[in-house]
Design a protein around this ligand. Structure first.
Ligand code: KG4
Ligand code: ZN
Length: 320
């Protein structure tokens, strides 16, 4: 069994996954409520909360799996990208557990983790495929040729798609994180009521900073008519972001000659995106936002570092 640990942002997560990709336990403790009053994640607050939560979350995962640490054969942990102080809590915990039991450890890249959410039972996706990874921190189009790696075909030049949802939600007074709240509000709205153009770029890159500004101006222009239009604004704004993501994914599949499109990351939970790409493979809802099952899953595909070669591993904030 592989023990996965994830602490890159504001979710403290531990999971137990078999070498065949069966999830035995997947526990996520979100700190979103703690950060909501600041309108976003406060890194230092996140690190401290991870420290408080990491052992209880780990114990809960073992309980859920009906397992003990004796059954863990390998530890997989997110090394980056993310908030360094937050990552260090998971990484230090993983090192200590692995070292004390002389287990091998696999450092996992968080983005590989999101892709590996597709490789879990009961309905795993097999490479090759085009993967749209849309989360709060990243928007990437990936050509996944094999389990171990991918080529980046496109990325966002400014805001990530999830960040655009979160900033839009804030403008609409929906709180943080706002993707799911926009998704709900949009259901009762008219997506054609407002036109929010998303920049079209050459190639497969994205840009979401303009659409957020158009929403800001629309809200300003509405003045006290805003309340009556909130669901129309949410629906039109969501439509604009989803359109850009869908067009990008289809163009990437065509360019790379791939038949399969897969979608992962927090924004993959979006109901309009799921409906707009009916032929695509979406990560299961529980595995879209950050979790440790995907990290343990990624830990199946790279060579673990043997005891004690991992003790000097460091976390990294961004990919070079
Ligand atoms: O993958 P994730 O948990 O964190 C990162 O690695 O960044 O993604 C979180 C993001 C947030 O921006 C959140 O607003 C967005 O995913 N999100 C959604 C939905 N659920 C979560 N965005 C749109 N529609 C949703 N239903
Ligand atoms: Zn993530």
């Amino acid at each position: 069994m592989i023990l996965g640990i994830e602490t890159s942002c504001d979710e403290t997560a531990a999971a137990l996954v078999t070498l065949d990709g069966e999830i035995k336990a997947n526990v996520v403790s979100s700190q979103a409520d703690l950060h909501a009053r600041y309108g976003g994640v406060v890194p230092e607050v996140a690190s401290r909360r991870h420290l408080e939560l990491v052992m209880p979350v780990l114990r809960e995962a073992l309980d859920e799996a009906g397992a003990t640490l004796d059954e863990v054969e390998r530890v997989a942990v997110t090394q980056g990208p993310g908030l360094v102080g937050a990552l260090l809590v998971g990484l230090s915990t993983a090192k200590a557990l692995a070292w004390a039991r002389r287990l091998p450890l696999v450092p996992v890249d968080h983005l590989h983790g999101h892709v590996a959410s597709l490789y879990l039972e009961p309905d795993p996706v097999e490479p090759p495929f085009i993967c749209l990874l849309a989360s709060g921190g990243h928007t990437l189009l990936l050509d996944v040729r094999a389990y171990g790696g991918f080529d980046v075909l496109g990325t966002t030049l400014d805001d990530a798609a999830g960040e655009a949802f979160d900033k839009g939600a804030r403008l609409l007074g929906l709180g943080y994180p706002g993707g799911a709240a926009i998704d709900r509000l949009a259901r009762g709205g008219d997506a054609t009521a407002f036109s929010f153009p998303v920049a079209r770029l050459d190639g497969l890159d994205f840009s979401f900073s303009g659409v957020k500004t158009s929403l800001l101006y629309a809200i300003r222009d509405l003045g006290d008519r805003l309340e009556a239009c909130r669901s129309d604004l949410a629906a039109s704004y969501q439509r604009a972001i989803v359109r850009a993501l869908v067009q990008g994914a289809l163009a990437a599949a065509e360019q790379a000659g791939r038949d399969t499109i897969a979608v992962v990351g927090g924004v993959a939970a979006n109901s309009e995106l799921r409906a707009a790409l009916p032929g695509a493979r979406f990560a299961p809802l529980a595995l879209c936002t950050d979790n440790a099952a995907m990290i343990a899953s990624a830990g199946r595909y790279s060579r673990p570092l043997p005891y004690p070669r991992y003790l000097d591993l460091d976390a990294y904030a961004s990919r070079v």
